[in-house]
Ligand binder design. Sequence first.
Ligand SMILES: C[S@@+](CC[C@H](N)C(=O)[O-])C[C@H]1O[C@@H](n2cnc3c(N)ncnc32)[C@H](O)[C@@H]1O
Length: 290
Amino acid sequence: MSSPSAPADPTLADAVSEADFLALQRLMLEQSAILLDRRRSYLVDVRLRPVARRYQLPGITELVRALRPGDHPQLMADTVDALTTNETSFLLTPATMEALVEEVLPAMVAGRDPGQPLTVWSAACSSGQEPYSFAVLLREHHRALAEAGQVRILASDLSPTMVMRCAAGRFSRIEVRRGLPSEFLDRYFQRDGRDHVAVDELRAMLSPLVINLVQPWPGIPRCHLVILRNVLRFFPEPVRYQVIERVRRTALAPGGRLLLGSDDPILGPSDGFEPVGPAPLACYRLAEAE
Ligand SMILES: C[S@@+](CC[C@H](N)C(=O)[O-])C[C@H]1O[C@@H](n2cnc3c(N)ncnc32)[C@H](O)[C@@H]1O
């Protein structure tokens, strides 16, 4: 049993005060729609301490005080960047790959107008494992299209740090062990010290961009596939559906596909989408107009 003075929840026994946490929660909602979870406030402390140090601020309270709107745009951007959760992996496990190769890629390729580039948007791509997975699959299974420069993979994230990592295409030994078969590692990545770097042909297929999903989406055309996996869960529910609706109205080509994560909202005709599966993918196409 805990002593009377101990916090009921051990994760609250960290260095972020209630007032600082609430200020950061409000700021993140305004800037990114990310709803910080009080139960995981220890992460705020861990992630913001290096930012405070970089700006020579003694602690989180001083950092929060320095974040008055308009005062320090770079500190604000660095704080938002540091508070994102960037967990990701390659998407090429046997079951996922089979579903993508058998069902999703053929429908996308068939759905585009001849001569039009095949356009994929990985809309919260973190350090890039997701868009590089599609680059690998398209080179493997639609090589002529890829070699003719007819594939465009837009890889965007809110976090400039992640977008830079994605552009570099550099992955650690641990990262390449997660969801990337060794035959593709050998074929499409070169060893550089302890890391593995995507070959030029793969990197050339990607256009890395910083895009905040709750701000304007400059340069996003109508795409044959939009990948929006494992990001909606960080947003309050109304924002999740606003983003999905915006994808439907502005970012999908006719017949385009939307790929969500398995824990993301399940969509149906009332959202303007029909599930097309197959398991284990949460893949949708635009619903037929009534
Ligand atoms: C958990 S990762 C998911 C990465 C990848 N889609 C996957 O499923 O493996 C979530 C990503 O969403 C990004 N993110 C969070 N809020 C965002 C926003 N408002 N706009 C764009 N990206 C955002 C984060 O920076 C982070 O890289």
